[in-house]
Design a protein around this ligand. Structure first.
Ligand code: NAD
Length: 374
């Protein structure tokens, strides 16, 4: 089997596979072709891949000589043009929202896997790139907040007086929110957390946070552990509760999301106006619209003396460990298809089938199919 690793484009600094993963693949009798400079954004030179047993080639050569092309993001038009029918591609190309790329890949006859639609079952946990990247996002968001806040996070008792600890409010206690809670606590902040899923209350308390209950949340067990859209009545009650806690906070970390939908708006303009000057809002949900009404995705703005940072891609700013986690997830996924007799797509495996978006000029993933057909 031949695997090809492509270099990312634009601002992306991560790489899908670090040399340590290449070493493991080579031991499994896989030939790995790496595009020149693929690891440069993550501080890995070509020589690191050569030492791991890979060949360094041009983009065109990598695609021509590999059965399975791997990238962290989606393929560019040039890369789709270079790929042949039935060639396999693995990356993250947001098929639930970016339908244009799905159609291009499908029309080219590529068998494409998008790691962001992997089923979120217990068996798939070791392959779950959403959890890995959310971990990095939650951690980096808090460090960014601490760097931006004109105050300390921890309490200090000094000869120059007592410094009170920073108050951090976290909206959404999924993977990113819980990591933000743990990191805030390590820095000595006092943390309050909102979520619509009552199931997370225990985890929040276990990590040293205070869970703020808002009565009447819709918590749908059928949503597979995810949040669902809330009633208008609940939204009003929650907005008031968020407002009351936000105006006493120094930092708000926004992570609330509903899969496949726009992020819920939980902080209104009026709440920002009432917040303490110098406060910081980090909106990790910005790429899906943001939890704060004033968030601008990919931008840092100051409104009413509150700094609002809209960034869903903090993982790009920590490329080495983000790449390390991503690559390990990919390796665990590939192991489902690398057999003693070579590479085989096992269509009976729900993780393999669920992650496959297109094959043989058709859409395979049921969620993507339903969204594109409607
Ligand atoms: P996510 O990014 O979709 O959402 C983040 C959080 O926002 C969730 O906790 C959600 O309940 C919350 N939220 C949504 N709307 C809200 C609102 N109006 N107000 C307050 N909070 C709101 O979630 P995620 O971090 O990707 O994961 C969510 C859950 O999925 C996990 O806690 C877990 O149960 C499950 N999960 C399973 C696996 C697996 O088994 N492979 C891996 C990761 C996560």
């Amino acid at each position: 089997m031949n695997i090809g690793l492509l270099k990312e484009t634009g601002k992306e600094r991560r790489v899908a596979l670090l040399p340590e993963i290449v070493t493991t693949l080579v031991k499994m009798n896989v030939t790995v072709n790496v595009e020149h400079n693929a690891g440069s954004g993550s501080f890995v030179p070509d020589a690191g891949y050569v030492d791991a047993g890979a060949k360094i080639l041009s983009k065109k050569e990598v695609i021509e000589n590999s059965d399975f092309i791997i990238k962290l993001n989606g393929p560019t038009d040039e890369e789709i043009g270079l790929m042949k029918k039935d060639q396999c591609f693995l990356g993250v190309f947001n098929p639930l929202t970016d339908h244009a790329i799905v159609k291009k890949i499908m029309n080219a006859g590529i068998t494409a896997f998008s790691m962001d639609v992997i089923p979120r079952t217990s068996r798939a946990q070791a392959m779950d790139i959403l959890s890995s990247m959310a971990t990095v996002n939650g951690y980096k968001a808090v460090l960014t907040a601490a760097n931006t806040l004109p105050k300390f996070f921890p309490m200090f008792m000094t000869a120059a007086g007592t410094i009170t600890p920073a108050k951090i409010l976290i909206l959404g206690a999924g993977v990113a929110g819980l990591q933000a809670l743990a990191t805030s606590r390590k820095l000595g902040g006092v943390v309050e957390v909102f979520d619509v899923r009552a199931a997370v209350k225990e985890e929040v308390v276990g990590l040293g946070g205070k869970f703020v209950d808002v009565e009447g949340a819709r918590d749908d067990k059928a949503a597979g552990g995810y949040a669902v859209e809330q009633t208008e009545e609940f939204k009003l009650r929650q907005a008031q509760a968020v407002h009351d806690h936000a105006i006493k906070s120094d930092v708000i970390i926004c992570t609330a999301q509903i899969p496949g939908k726009k992020a819920p708006v939980l902080i209104k303009k009026e709440t920002v106006e009432a917040m303490k000057p110098g406060s910081v809002i980090i909106d990790i949900a910005s790429s899906t619209g943001g939890n704060c009404e004033l968030t601008k995705d990919g931008e840092t703005i100051v409104a009413h003396e509150v700094t609002i940072i809209g960034n869903s891609f903090f993982a790009i700013d920590m490329p080495f460990d983000a790449s390390k986690m991503f690559g390990k997830n990919v390796l665990n996924f590939l192991k489902l298809m690398i057999t003693k007799d070579g590479f085989k797509i096992n269509w009976e495996d729900d993780i393999v089938k669920g992650t496959c978006v297109t094959h043989n000029n058709e859409i395979i993933n049921e969620r993507v199919k339903a969204l594109i057909q409607n």
